[in-house]
Ligand binder design. Sequence first.
Ligand code: CAA
Length: 287
Amino acid sequence: MELDDINTITVLGAGNMGHGIAEVAALAGYEVHLRDINEEFVENGYDQIEWSLDKLAEKEQITEADAEDALGRVETYVDLAESVADADVVIEAVPERMDIKKDVYTELEAAAPEETVFATNTSSLSVTELAEVTERPERFCGMHFFNPPVRMQLVEVISGADTSAETMDLITDLAESMDKTPVRVMKDSPGFVANRILVPLMNEAAWIVESGDATVSEVDSTTKYGIGLPMGSFELADQVGIDVGYHVLEYMHEVLGDAYEPCPLLEEKVEAENLGKKTGKGFYDYE
Ligand code: CAA
C-alpha cells in the first residue's frame, strides 16, 4: 500500500489521544471512523474534536470552512467490525494496558480486511508483543502522537521486530501528510525515546514534592522558567493524564528496573481518580 491508497483511517479509542488523532487525520483530508466502546465515550470524543476545531478557527489557524469540512469527515462508531470494514489504516489509541490492547487486536484481526495496516499509539508497551496477537506483524508498527496531537509536532514511528520497511515508509509518509515531524525509532524498547525522557521528569518532580524538598508550584516554576519547557512538570502530568504517566512508569519499572519506580504521590492521585485536566482535578483544579 502507498500513501495515495489511504482514504479511510479508523481510530480506535475516542479518549484524549484518540479524538486528537482523529482530528489531525480529518484535517489532513482523510475519512475518519472514530470508534469507542459506548455511545457516551464516542460522542464525548466527537464533541472534543468540534471544540478544538472551533478553537483553531477562532484563532484563525484554520478557516471556518476547514473546520466544518474536517468535522464532516468524522463518523462515529460503537461496533468495531463496522468501523474497520473499509479501513486502510487503523490507529489504535485504547487504554495503555497490555491486556486491553491485546483483546482489541484479537477482535480487530478477525474484523479488518487483510491488507489493512495497524498502527498503535502506545506510549510505552512493546509493539512486537502487541503485533504477535495478529497475523500481520509485518503490517504493524507504532505511531505515537503527543498530547495534544493537534498542537504537537512529533510522531514517533516505531518498528516492531517484524515490521516491514514498507510499513515504516507508509506510516512515516502518513505522519508527514498530517503535517507532523515523524522520527523513526528502530528499536522497540519501553517508552521508546520521548517517554524515556518525559515520564521520568514527571516522576522526579513528584519525588521532590513527596520528599518535602519543594512545593508543586516551586517545581513547576523551575521547569518552566529555568529548564525552559513549555509547561511545568505537574502541569504536563495533568495535561497528559496522571494515570497515563503512571502506567508508563509501572511498565518501565517492571522491564527496565528501579530507576523508574513510580512515586507514591502519582499512585495516590490515580487511586483517587484525580487524573488531571480530563477529570477536572489533578495537581491543579480545572473546574
Ligand atoms: N485544540 C485547540 N486548542 C487547544 C487545544 C486543542 N487540543 N489544547 C489547548 N488549546 C488552546 C487552549 O484552550 C488555549 O486557548 P485560549 O488561549 O483561548 O485559552 C490555547 O490553546 C493555549 O494555546 P497557546 O498557544 O496560547 O499556549 P501554549 O503556547 O502554552 O501552547 C501547548 C499550548 C502546545 C499545549 C504547550 O503548552 C505545550 O507544548 N505543552 C507541552 C505539551 C507536551 O509536552 N506534550 C507531550 C506530553 S507527553 C505525551 O503526550 C506522550 C505520552 O505518551 C504520555
